[in-house]
Ligand binder design. Structure first.
Ligand code: EPU
Length: 420
């Protein structure tokens, strides 16, 4: 079956919308739940395809899992396998978070190398270095991360860049290692802090998450816990940009405004009105956007995951914007699709030069990755006429009921399921 989104542009978004739980937090917390000796109940888990793949992996490994109304119950007591299958692991990036978890439980793990969005090379050398520093042997020949360790011992891990994946994997190894581990140059994203909070709730000693150095005292007995996943920073940002793009007036609820400061600063610079109160962010715009320059960085800098959605908005700004992508080498491919809609965009190495046009026109376009699909939805909401977006499997992987949420705000958006 082919799935498409059909969007008629030009409708102003208005009303209130609730943000879902964080994808990148949930996908780290879910494997971590296996480290406990009793069940965990995790609330606010987004109902997205990446979570469904993780649930299949949990069941394959022997866990008992129930998932209803965004509440995930994981009973890890019968887990008896350490080798999730390729067909599941290759479908998403976070599958390799099972490697340190299963290593901690079984002293051995065999996890096929991860998939996820194709954003250019996504090496895992820092994950390997972190695990080796704590005493594991790691081999990736044949496309499978095979790791084993008779004993894991705490140590100092120095990451060469603040990688989210390497920070998660180092944390998940360190909780099973005896003694103290320090992860230097750690990633500081909200999902790192959320994983640390979850591990602490399970009985682990984790300090400093959200700063450059995370300190973990490992080897403690971990128990199941009740936990609520942090709101999704990137979904919040995508909704903020969508509201601005349509000249709308939208209140996003259940959000954490401090996580949004880098984006809010850029939107304010563009002339968008933003007000915040507790967990609510109100976004209003008159569709008169000043151009801005943006450079992606790790948190608290401007997130690479919002580079694509914001660039869609810049295609209609009054002038030229310069967008520099410093995290991933191929995160500009969606610009080919935006050009079909009339955008004026040039790419020179890691920089995109976007010269605003009067307006975009509806077209047939194809999403190349998760945040590219969000960018195309935003472009389509602004465009004159009908846009059909194919390749929306990417969108389903990472945004919960995104089309429904936009429809509730007044967007003309239909999810088409067509026979081949
Ligand atoms: N890097 C290395 N070696 C490593 C690890 C990373 O060279 O061992 C480099 C990467 O090539 C990249 C940079 O370091 O240039 C940052 O990569 P990072 O490891 O931080 O990214 P990731 O863990 O693969 C996560 C998110 C991505 C998000 C990035 C950056 C998850 C499951 N994925 O990926 O999310 O873009 O951090 O914030 O948490 C998305 O949600 O659309 C998405 C792609």
């Amino acid at each position: 079956m082919k799935e498409k989104l059909r969007i008629i542009g030009g409708n102003r978004l208005e009303g209130e919308v609730m943000v879902s739980g964080g994808k990148n937090a949930a996908v780290a917390i879910i494997p971590a739940a296996l480290l406990a000796d009793s069940p965990s109940v995790i609330e606010n888990v987004p109902d997205i395809n990446d979570v469904h793949v993780l649930i299949e992996m949990l069941r394959y490994l022997g866990a008992e899992v129930e998932f209803n109304d965004n509440v995930l119950r994981i009973d890890p007591r019968q887990v008896d396998k350490y080798d999730p299958p390729y067909e599941l692991a290759s479908r998403m990036r976070a599958s390799y978070y099972f490697a340190p978890v299963l290593l901690g439980i079984f002293k051995r793990a065999e996890v096929p190398l991860p998939g996820g969005c194709d954003l250019g090379a996504r090496p895992i050398d820092q994950t390997i270095k972190g695990m080796e520093t704590l005493g594991a042997t790691v081999d990736t020949k044949g496309g499978v991360l095979v790791t084993s360790a008779e004993e894991l011992t705490g140590g100092d891990i120095f990451l060469e860049m603040p990688s989210v994946g390497a920070t998660v994997n180092s944390m998940l190894t360190a909780v099973s290692a005896s003694g103290a581990t320090s992860i230097h140059n750690a990633a500081k994203e909200p999902h790192i802090v959320d994983l640390a909070n979850f591990l602490s709730a399970m009985g682990a000693s984790v300090k400093g998450a959200g700063t450059d150095v995370i300190r973990i005292r490992g080897g403690r007995h971990l128990h199941g816990t009740n936990y609520t996943v942090v709101p999704d920073q990137i979904e919040t940002g995508t909704l903020m940009i969508a509201a601005a793009a349509t000249g709308g007036d939208v209140v996003i609820t259940g959000a954490i405004p401090t996580h949004m400061e880098a984006l809010s600063a850029k939107l304010l610079e563009m002339g968008v009105h933003i007000t915040t109160e507790d967990d609510r962010i109100r976004v209003r715009s008159n569709q008169n956007f000043r151009p801005v320059n943006v450079k992606t960085q790790g948190y608290p800098g401007f997130p690479t995951d919002l580079q694509q959605p914001l660039t869609a908005l810049l295609t209609v700004a009054n002038g030229t914007s310069i967008v520099t992508e410093t995290i991933f080498e191929s995160r500009f491919r969606y610009l080919d699709e935006l050009r079909k809609m009339g955008a004026n965009a040039r790419v020179i190495e890691t920089t995109a030069i976007i010269t605003g046009v009067e307006g975009l026109v509806g077209s047939r376009v194809s999403a190349t990755d998760l945040r590219a699909s969000a960018a195309l939805v935003i472009a389509a909401l602004m465009a004159d006429g009908v846009t059909e977006i194919s390749g929306i499997g990417h969108l389903m992987r990472g945004y919960e009921r995104f089309d429904q949420k936009l429809r509730s705000l007044g967007a003309m958006i239909e999810h088409l399921r067509l026979e081949d």
